[in-house]
Design a protein around this ligand. Structure first.
Ligand code: FMN
Ligand code: SF4
Ligand code: SF4
Length: 249
């Protein structure tokens, strides 16, 4: 079984590639998280978890969902983490999660994909993003080959910087930056409701045909990056930056 979470489509693309190549079942954690579905999943064997990197670890929202969900019959578990540049020492925490869940840890693969975190950094243009994805495809193939053969992913060489990023910066990042309080929608909003529909945490409601953000946000960037009229900004940080989502490539 292949489970994925995504904000802007990168992880969905990778998960679809893996599920298709392995002829395996593909399940969206976005749908399960959005609907509050924590019913057991009948995995029965191999499990592949695909998701973006948030602050050098898997997204907390995904970790919490996995901790609350019974993964029936799951054994060997591979993590595939896409990122804008690096996953840090995420592998250590993925191994610990497996221990907690009684899963056999088979490693963590890093796949560099287009950056989507426009509340802090820049996203690439469509042409740049296409080049980044083309470079990523052979790494996705390599991950598929390892999973198919039942091999562990090769352990990454991690430096002190990676360990500090995942251990010390990650816990500070969440309270400081993972908030929805700077989102606004301008007059070009057409009230289409796409942001409300896409938010995996149901943090957006349309009031008088305009989005209103609550406080439960994981900064997945779906609302701001998929808005068809580019009506959404994140304070001044997103101003003038390209919006990114995989399907546009
Ligand atoms: C809140 C947030 C935190 C992020 N943290 C990292 C990070 O620590 N390292 C990194 O290389 N990329 C980071 N990124 C970039 C994403 O991991 C990357 O663009 C990913 O491919 C997006 O996947 P998606 O399209 O499936 O959401 C972050 C993005 C967001 C939105
Ligand atoms: S997706 Fe954009 S246009 Fe549609 S309701 Fe949300 S802000 Fe408005
Ligand atoms: S409010 Fe926007 S950024 Fe926050 S979780 Fe919802 S869709 Fe993602």
């Amino acid at each position: 079984m292949v489970l994925y979470f995504t904000g802007t489509g990168n992880s969905r693309h990778i998960a679809e590639r893996i599920a298709h190549a392995l002829n395996d079942t593909l399940i969206s954690l976005n749908d399960r998280i959005k609907s509050g579905d924590i019913t057991p999943l009948a995995v029965n064997g191999r499990l592949v978890l695909v998701m973006p990197t948030y602050a050098w670890r898997i997204p907390r929202i995904v970790r919490d969902h996995l901790l609350r969900t019974e993964l029936r019959g799951a054994r060997e578990t591979w993590f595939v983490m896409d990122c804008g540049s690096e996953i840090g020492n995420a592998a250590k925490y993925n191994r610990a999660l497996c221990r907690k869940k009684g899963l056999v840890y088979m490693g963590t693969a890093q796949i560099v994909m287009p950056e989507n975190f426009i509340a802090m950094f820049n996203a690439p243009t469509v042409e740049e993003a296409r080049r980044i994805v083309a470079k990523a495809e052979p790494f996705i193939d390599r991950a598929i080959a390892a999973i198919r053969a039942g091999h562990m992913f090769s352990p990454p060489h991690k430096k002190l910087y990676d360990r500090i990023a995942s251990s010390a910066v990650n816990p500070v990042f969440y309270p400081l930056f993972v908030k929805a309080n700077s989102f606004t929608a301008s007059d070009v909003c057409i009230g289409c409701g796409k942001c409300e529909k896409l938010c995996p945490l149901n943090n957006i409601t349309l009031q008088n045909a305009r989005p209103v953000w609550g406080t439960n946000c994981t900064q997945c960037m779906a609302c701001i990056c998929y808005c068809p009229t580019r009506a959404i900004e994140y304070g001044k940080k997103s101003a003038g930056k390209p919006r990114y989502h995989f399907e546009e490539l």
